[in-house]
Design a protein around this ligand. Structure first.
Ligand code: FAD
Length: 337
C-alpha cells in the first residue's frame, strides 16, 4: 500500500473516508477500474468494526467463517495490491467543494483533494449514561465492544454482556467457549429475536450451563473498588439484583460519526445517517437530467456501509457489497462528468 506523506497537490479520482469493509471494498473496486483512489482513516481501528469480530460467518467464500482481523487484513492487502493510496491517521474534520473537486480537511489542516468522495465512516459504539457509573471502570472491567481475542485471558471469569444484537451475541459465544468462563447476557426487552439474526438467536437460546440470559433487565449501576469492577446492580421485573462480575462488555449499538459534515452538502436524517438515492429529500439533485446513482448523497458525494441510511441490516457482508455499489456509481459519475 502506498503511504503518501504529502498528497496535497494531487487531485484523486476518488477519496474514500473510512477503512472498514465498505471503504476497503470500495477502494479495491475503484482501483480495479484504474481510478486513482486515496483511502483515509483515523487509524484507530484498522479494518473498522469487523476488525474486532471473532468470527464472521456470513461472508461469501468463507463457509466455515473467518475472523474479523483475518478478513480485514486480507481486504487491506487486496486494496493495497491494486494500488490504493492509504492515508492514516487522517481524521476527516471538514468536507468542502472547490471549483471542480472536493477537499477533505483534517483537524490539523492537512488536506486531500478528489473529484468524488465516498463516506464510509461506519458507526461508533454508543456509550452508557453517566448515571450508571460505568465510565469509572473503563479499562478496569468495563469494555465497549468485543473482548480481546486471546481466549486464555478470559479463563475462569464471570462476564456480563450487555446488548442483544449480533455483536453482543458474538461476544457471548466467544466468552462461553473460554475455559471456566460464565456469561450473563442482559437483554432489555423480552426477546432477542427483534435485534439478532434468526440463526444467531437459535444458537444463543440453546440451553448451556455457563450461559444465562436475563430478559427485561437494565443496568442500574456499575459497582467496584478503585480500579476494579466487582458487581453490577440491575433492574429486573422482580426487582433490583446484584450480579458479581469481573467484566462487562457493552454492545448497545452505535451512532454514525457524521457531525463533521456540512448538511447542505451531505444530507443526513435525524439520527445522523447519510441519506442517498430515494431517501433524499425533494429538490436535492443538482441535475435531474442525468440518472441518479446508487449510494449518491449529492452530486459527486457517495456513502456506503453502516453510515448509509438504507443499508438497514448492519452487517460486514452487506457493507462490503455497499462499498462495491458505491465504487460502481463513482465510475459511472466520472464517465458522465
Ligand atoms: C464485535 C462485532 C462483531 C460483528 N460481527 C459481524 C458478523 O459476524 N457478521 C456481519 O456481517 N457483521 C458483523 N458485525 C458488523 C460489521 O462489522 C459492520 O456492519 C461492518 O464492519 C461495517 O463496516 P463499515 O465499513 O460500514 O464501517 P466500520 O467498520 O465502522 O468502519 C468505519 C471506519 O471509518 C473510520 N472513520 C470514522 N470516522 C472517520 C473520520 N472522520 N475520518 C476518517 N476515518 C473515519 C473508522 O475509524 C473506521 O475504521 C460485527 C460488528 C462488531 C462490532
Amino acid at each position: 500500500m502506498t503511504t503518501q506523506a504529502n498528497a496535497v497537490e494531487q487531485i484523486f479520482d476518488c477519496a474514500v473516508v473510512g477503512a472498514g469493509v465498505s471503504g476497503l471494498n470500495c477502494s479495491m473496486n475503484l482501483r480495479f477500474e484504474n481510478k486513482t483512489t486515496i483511502l483515509a482513516d483515523t487509524g484507530q481501528h484498522p479494518g473498522g468494526q469487523a476488525g474486532s469480530s471473532s468470527l464472521i460467518r456470513n461472508m461469501p467464500g468463507f463457509p466455515g467463517g473467518i475472523s474479523g482481523p483475518d478478513l480485514t487484513v486480507l481486504m487491506t492487502r487486496h486494496a493495497a495490491e491494486f494500488g490504493t493510496t492509504f492515508r492514516a491517521p487522517f481524521y476527516a474534520g471538514r468536507l468542502e467543494r472547490a471549483d471542480d473537486h472536493f477537499v477533505l480537511i483534517e483537524m490539523n489542516g492537512q488536506t486531500i483533494r478528489a473529484k468524488t468522495v465516498v463516506i464510509a465512516t461506519g458507526v461508533q459504539p454508543r456509550t452508557l449514561p453517566d448515571a450508571t457509573k460505568a465510565g469509572q471502570f473503563i479499562g478496569f472491567g468495563v469494555t465497549y465492544g468485543f473482548p480481546s481475542l486471546n481466549q486464555s485471558r478470559w479463563h475462569d471469569t464471570e462476564a456480563v454482556v450487555m446488548g442483544s444484537g449480533n455483536s453482543g451475541a458474538q461476544a457471548v459465544q466467544f466468552l462461553a467457549g473460554c475455559n471456566g468462563c460464565n456469561v450473563t447476557m442482559l437483554v432489555r426487552r423480552d426477546t432477542i429475536r427483534d435485534s439478532m439474526s434468526a440463526r444467531v438467536a437459535d444458537e444463543i437460546e440453546k440451553p448451556r450451563s455457563n450461559v444465562k440470559l436475563l430478559y427485561n433487565t437494565e443496568l442500574v449501576e456499575a459497582i467496584g473498588e478503585v480500579g476494579k469492577l466487582t458487581h453490577l446492580k440491575v433492574k429486573t421485573p422482580s426487582g433490583e439484583q446484584l450480579i458479581k462480575t469481573d467484566h462487562l462488555f457493552v454492545n448497545i449499538g452505535g451512532d454514525p460519526p457524521t457531525r463533521w459534515l456540512d448538511k447542505d452538502l451531505v444530507p443526513v436524517n435525524n439520527a445522523g445517517y447519510i441519506l442517498t438515492d430515494r431517501d433524499l429529500p425533494e429538490g436535492v439533485w443538482a441535475d435531474k437530467s442525468r440518472p441518479a446513482f446508487m449510494c449518491e448523497a449529492s452530486p459527486g458525494i457517495f456513502a456506503c456501509g453502516d453510515v448509509r441510511f438504507g443499508n438497514f441490516r448492519k452487517r460486514a457482508s452487506m457493507s462490503a457489497v455497499d462499498g462495491a455499489n458505491a465504487a460502481a456509481s463513482v465510475v459511472q459519475y466520472l464517465a458522465l462528468k
